[in-house]
Ligand binder design. Structure first.
Ligand code: IPM
Ligand code: MG
Length: 368
């Protein structure tokens, strides 16, 4: 039997640094758990633009379509700010999402006990927090037509279109309900049905899918602005939140920061099953390319390492091994190891990116 294939797109900024640590973890699973992957690497984002004049070549796109899973670091940087919109590093990522049809973006916001004091909220409000945001990722205002900037009379007009079809809403709603059944069995759907027709349809379709297929799951609805408010007021009321592309972008950053650990949070973007039964999938940290700290050994590799844990769980059906990796991360934090982003008032000395990676691999060893 051939090994499952992993395409690594480390990208820009701290992407390559954190990916080096993920490689240590991947190698560990090959050596110690008989779980070897066929790993290949390619370019996305600014580095792809530098090499090929485009943030994602057709060849790389084709490789991503073939891979059993794609692992992405981060894209973007100030060097690319003035590029034409169609050539910006972010377009590479958006093309991957769209062409692989990765419609369900899973963004867990989990508060690690050792870091509860790090949140801007009180520790008792965030301690033990564990919510899952399911963000629709391939439609909505990110991709709707018409779009662009054009001239009307004497002035320019910028246009984007929020558009959702029934089937687009239904499939992401199903993803959310399925996940809820494996968690606390609650879904809260967020839109702006009070001002947007797309929100009215969103609410109708989610309600219909719920009644027909998931009546056992508890469903509630909130306007997205009220949802943002409730997320900061009492985040533990939520289990799974399902929402559209733009609201999901905003709410997932908000939820991530609640945990005090933006540098710690992974994500999975999943599409329909491939011929081998695995979903089309891309895994990436929620954080960006952090150009301000690039190349200084300051980056926190945990979000990217936990993204690989999500790959073990959702692409390779190795939930036990994913848990092993998550526990290794928790154990390292409990020991007090902190990368520079996690140093608050305490005045400890930070560990470097590679020291953090090594410590996690040592905990994996200790778990055997
Ligand atoms: C995210 C990012 C992206 C988005 C950018 C980099 C295109 O903010 O993944 O949340 O807006 O979706
Ligand atoms: Mg975002």
């Amino acid at each position: 039997m051939t090994n499952p294939s992993l395409l690594i797109l480390a990208g820009d900024g701290i992407g390559p640094e954190v990916m080096t640590e993920v490689r240590k973890v991947i190698d560990w699973y090959g050596a110690k758990r008989d779980l070897a992957f066929d790993v290949s690497e390619d370019l996305v984002g600014g580095c792809a633009y530098d090499a090929h004049g485009t943030p994602l070549t057709d060849e790389t796109m084709a490789k991503a379509q073939e891979a059993d899973a794609v692992l992405l670091g981060a894209v973007g940087g100030p060097a690319y700010d003035d590029l034409d919109f169609s050539l910006k590093p972010e377009r590479g990522l958006l093309r991957l999402r769209k062409e692989m049809d990765l419609y369900a973006n899973l963004r867990p916001a989990q508060c690690f006990d050792a870091l509860a004091d790090f949140s801007s909220l009180k520790a008792d409000i965030v301690g033990g927090l564990d919510i899952m945001i399911v963000r629709e990722l391939t439609s909505g205002v990110y991709f709707g037509e018409p779009r662009g900037i054009h001239k009307e009379g004497n002035e320019r007009v910028g246009i984007n279109t929020q558009r959702y079809t029934e089937s687009e809403i239904a499939r992401v709603a199903r993803s959310a309900f399925e996940l809820a059944r494996k968690r606390d069995n609650k879904v809260c759907s967020m839109e702006k049905a009070n001002v947007m027709e797309s929100g009215v349809l969103w609410r109708q379709v989610v309600t219909e899918i719920h009644a027909a297929e998931y009546p056992d799951v508890e469903l509630s609805h909130m306007y997205a602005d009220a949802g943002a408010m409730q997320l900061t007021r009492w985040p533990k009321q939520f289990d799974v939140i399902v929402t559209d592309n733009l609201f999901g972008d905003l709410l997932s950053d908000l939820a991530a920061m609640l945990t005090g650990s933006l540098g710690m949070l992974p994500s999975a973007s999943l599409g329909a099953p491939m011929a081998n039964g695995r979903p089309k999938a891309l895994y990436e940290p929620v954080h960006g390319s952090a150009p301000d700290i690039t190349g200084q050994g300051k980056a926190n590799p945990i979000a990217c390492i936990l993204s690989f844990a999500m790959a073990l769980r959702y692409s390779f059906d190795k939930g036990d091994e994913a848990t092993r990796l998550e526990q290794a991360v928790e154990a390292v934090l409990a020991d007090g190891l902190r990368t520079a982003d996690l140093i608050g008032e305490e005045g400890r000395d930070p560990v470097s990116t590679s020291e953090m990676g090594d410590a996690i691999v040592a905990k994996l060893d200790a778990s055997l």
